[in-house]
Write a protein that binds this ligand. Structure first.
Ligand code: 1GP
Length: 239
């Protein structure tokens, strides 16, 4: 089987179709040396704003993936598609309900070779996605480990996404969780806005995702995370 393109990604910028980004900033992001751009957001993501952002990113060579957060915004033409499944919620619609609904219509048209499920563990209670999905964010090390076993070993999901969107996570917890993955690629996102934080995260997970910092007048800091991540050796790769 061909390996998926995301398996080599160390650093990714996530861009939200519902947020404004100037041409200058977009150029800096796409030319930064990052491994890929993921397009995705929790609210306000539509077909039109997704097509618009994709076509602007397409002026550059950087690989571009869509994290499909709702059926309406499933736009063709991306290099890759990620389907989030929230694992730490009791609300089954966020684990499989919305996904099955979408697949009833779109299942036959999905480019399956370019599509992967992401097992989401949302760990910041203040994140929009946590509120929307009713995520149980207060996981101790044991509970997080149990979720990792479920995602990685039972469900054999290709990706586990440790999501702290908006805040920097508990890196000890992240590191311990990451070590339990045997097949899944571990993504981390949340609060990365400096070289130090980028390095710490890069040491603990396969792929570091940077979002908010690009929008909050911290562009230079956000851009500096690319090199920081790439220079850091990932502890998961030598185990
Ligand atoms: C959001 O995980 C990403 O889905 C990145 O988080 O926006 O906090 O950088 P930040």
């Amino acid at each position: 089987m061909q390996s998926a393109i995301y398996e080599t990604w160390r650093h990714v910028f996530k861009l939200d179709p519902d947020r404004e980004i100037s041409d200058e900033v977009l150029e800096a992001v796409c030319m930064s040396g990052t491994d890929a751009i993921i397009v995705g957001g929790t609210t306000g993501v539509t077909y039109d704003n997704t097509v618009d952002l994709m076509s602007r990113i397409r002026r550059y060579e950087v690989p571009c993936a869509l994290e499909v957060s709702n059926e309406e915004s499933a736009v063709p033409g991306f290099d890759y598609y990620f389907i989030p499944m929230v694992l730490n919620t009791d609300r089954a619609e966020w684990l499989s309900g919305h996904q099955v609904e979408a697949l009833r219509k779109l299942g036959a048209f999905i480019p399956w070779d370019q599509t992967a499920a992401e097992g989401y563990l949302i760990l910041n209670p203040d994140a929009k996605a946590a509120k929307l999905t009713g995520a149980k964010t207060d996981l101790d090390a044991e509970s997080l480990a149990a979720h990792l076993y479920m995602a990685d070993r039972l469900m054999r999901l290709p990706i586990v996404y440790l999501e702290y969107s908006g805040t920097y996570g508990d890196m000890q917890l992240v590191k311990r969780a990451g070590k339990l993955a045997t097949g899944a690629r571990v993504f981390y996102g949340g609060g990365i806005d400096s070289v130090d934080k980028a390095r710490q995260a890069a040491e603990s997970v396969h792929t570091v995702i940077v979002g908010n910092a690009l929008y909050d007048h911290r562009l230079e800091a956000a851009l500096s995370t690319v090199q920081a991540v790439k220079e850091t050796v990932c502890s998961l790769l030598d185990s």
